[in-house]
Design a protein around this ligand. Sequence first.
Ligand SMILES: [Zn+2]
Length: 44
Amino acid sequence: MMKSPVEFFKTLQKKVCPECGQQVSEQAESYLMECDRCLSKKSE
Ligand SMILES: [Zn+2]
């Protein structure tokens, strides 16, 4: 029961942010996995 929600969403083959588990809005030619929120957190 300790399975992370991220793993669950992966099985749905939907683009989900590996950081927070949020579903990422699909963007053509987008190679990024993280959602905007996590991306802005990473970028300095
Ligand atoms: Zn995120």
